[in-house]
Structure formats: C-alpha cells, structure tokens
Design a protein around this ligand. Structure first.
Ligand SMILES: C[S@@+](CC[C@H](N)C(=O)[O-])C[C@H]1O[C@@H](n2cnc3c(N)ncnc32)[C@H](O)[C@@H]1O
Length: 299
C-alpha cells in the first residue's frame, strides 16, 4: 500500500503530538513552489485559517495536532488544484468585515474597497444619504457602507437570486440592515426613487476574455459576475443611459472598471455628466470612475 507522506512527515517531525509550524511551512513550500500560479504566501493563509489564528500569530503557535494536520493536507490539496482560499474556507475579509462567499458570487477584491472609501468620503455631504449598490454579488459594497455609515439608507440589487441569498446572509451575519432587490440593472427599482450615491462594480470582461483568464476565476466564480458582453462595456452603457433618472442632481456615481477601460468608460459617461474622473487603485491601475452633474466637492 502507498504510504501517505503527509502522515509520515507529521509522525517523523512531531514532538509531544505537536508539529512545529516552521516544519509545516517547509513541507508545504515544496509543493507550492512547484506551482508558479499560486502565491507562496497562501501557505500562511492556509495554516492560519485552519488553525483559526491570525497570520501574525503563526510564529508563536504551540504546534499542529494530527487532526489539524489532516485538515491542512485536504485544504492544501484543494488550493494546489486551483481552488481559491476564499472558496476553500467559504469566507473572506472585505473592509474589515467577514463575508461568506461561494461559487455563486465573486469574492470581493481589495481594489473594490476603494469604491467604499470614495463613497464614505462623499456620504458626509448628505445628512441621510440614500445609497444604491447595483450588481451587489456578496453584498460587500452595500454592507461595508451601511456598517461604516449607519445613517445611510442602502439598497442593493443583483439579477442573481443565488447571489442575493448570500448578500442577505452576509447582511444578517454582520448585523446590518440593507434593502435587497432582485433586478436586471435598474428595471425593478421604484421609478420615483432617487439616490445620493450610486455605486457599481458590474461585470466588465469582454466575453472572449473569459476564455483567457485563469482557471481559478473561471472554475470558481460565476461567468454572470464577469461577462460584460462583446465589448466588456455593456453594463456601463446601461448605467449611462438610465442612471440620471435615479440619481439626485447633486448625487455621485462611483464605478469600478477594468484597468484598460479608462478612456472608453470616460467617453461613455462624458455624454451624460459634467464631471467624469478616473482614480487609480492600490496597484496603481486606473480603476475607479466617478461621475457628477455638478462640481461641488473635493474628493
Ligand atoms: C463583478 S460582480 C460584483 C460583485 C460585488 N459588487 C463585488 O464588488 O464584489 C458583478 C455582479 O453583477 C451581477 N449581474 C450580472 N448581470 C446583472 C444584471 N443584468 N443586473 C444586475 N446584476 C447583474 C452578477 O450576478 C454579479 O453578482
């Protein structure tokens, strides 16, 4: 019978039934280094999340029991097959909040946190800001805004019932009251309702680009969350055509874009807004487009 090298490694290196984290990291790095598509820092995430401690606590951890080692073996194998950490553990961190995710929603990205920061900076211009998050997915943007600006009135929409189920769960788990509406973009929103801040991180990849992106994204994230049509701009065109009916005159529209889409997206919105600016994300890519009718604040 074939020996399980994970069991063998634990037995040979444990002391008092505990394996040192340092040894575990060395062992795991042999496998992770063979796969250049996977960040070596994922080892720390896997260990910390399985041990239920912070990554900074790994060096002072007492050690790994055999039971935990078996869990680390299972989760490491899943990661090495391309499953993202957020899907393996069923949750991720966004703007300091713990959010449930699964393969029916996009796992919120760090770049998207900046949309929230822009919205929060602007929320202070309105006493009770009404906020709309179009294409909410896991509810990340909507929940982060409501948690950080409790007097805001937040509505979030998505076309996917499965995504809205996760958003509802996340709102509940984070003790947060937001209104969720199943809607194809603006179509099911009350026609007379206007918002001070409208945000969206819509699908923005070109349909053909979906074939080229990493297996990790294609296999574990829904194409509904990624496919922006032939040009990748379908959702921006929809927003540009409809948003004025739903935005207060002194309101602000904040959107995430693909890093190559700055000029195209700005051109779409310049026909409808006085002010259209694009800001860079933490990785220095043009990522956030902000549109206003009136120039009245400094961002
Ligand atoms: C890129 S994901 C963004 C999720 C989340 N807002 C975030 O930033 O992590 C886009 C979302 O748009 C939703 N979506 C796709 N087509 C839509 C449509 N026609 N109307 C509304 N939502 C749509 C998808 O279900 C998906 O949840």
């Amino acid at each position: 019978m074939k020996k399980n090298i994970w069991n063998q490694f634990w037995k040979e290196n444990q002391k008092n039934n505990l394996l040192k984290v340092f040894f575990a990291k060395k062992f795991l790095s042999v496998f992770f280094k063979k796969n250049p598509e996977i960040e070596i820092s994922d080892i720390d995430w896997l260990l910390a999340l399985t041990l239920k401690i912070n990554r900074s606590e790994l060096p002072i951890c007492h050690g790994i029991t055999f039971e935990i080692w078996k869990k680390i073996e299972k989760k490491s194998k899943e990661r090495l097959q391309g499953k993202p950490i957020s899907i393996i553990f069923g949750s991720t961190n966004f703007y300091g909040l713990n959010l449930k995710v699964n393969s029916n929603v996009l796992s919120p990205r760090p770049e998207t946190e900046e949309l929230v920061s822009f919205a929060l900076k602007n929320a202070k211009y309105f006493s009770y800001p009404s906020v709309l998050d179009l294409c909410t997915g896991s509810g990340a943007i909507a929940i982060a805004i409501k948690k950080n600006y409790p007097t805001s009135n937040v509505t979030a929409t998505d076309i996917s019932s499965k995504a809205l189920y996760i958003a509802k769960k996340n709102a509940f788990l984070n003790d947060c009251e937001i209104k969720l509406i199943k809607s194809d973009m603006f179509s099911s929103l009350p026609k007379d309702k206007k918002y001070h801040i409208i945000l969206s991180n819509p699908p923005y990849l070109k349909s053909e680009e979906l074939k080229e992106i990493s297996k990790e994204v294609v296999d574990y994230e829904p194409s509904l969350a990624l496919d922006g049509g032939k040009s990748g701009l379908k959702f921006y065109e929809n927003i540009a055509l409809n948003v004025s009916k739903f935005l207060h005159n002194d309101g602000i529209l904040i959107m995430e874009i693909g890093y190559k889409q700055e000029e195209e997206v700005k051109n779409i919105f310049k026909k409808h807004f006085e002010i259209v600016n694009c800001y860079k994300d933490v990785f220095n890519n043009p990522r956030i487009v902000i549109c206003e009718k009136l120039n009245q604040r400094k961002i």
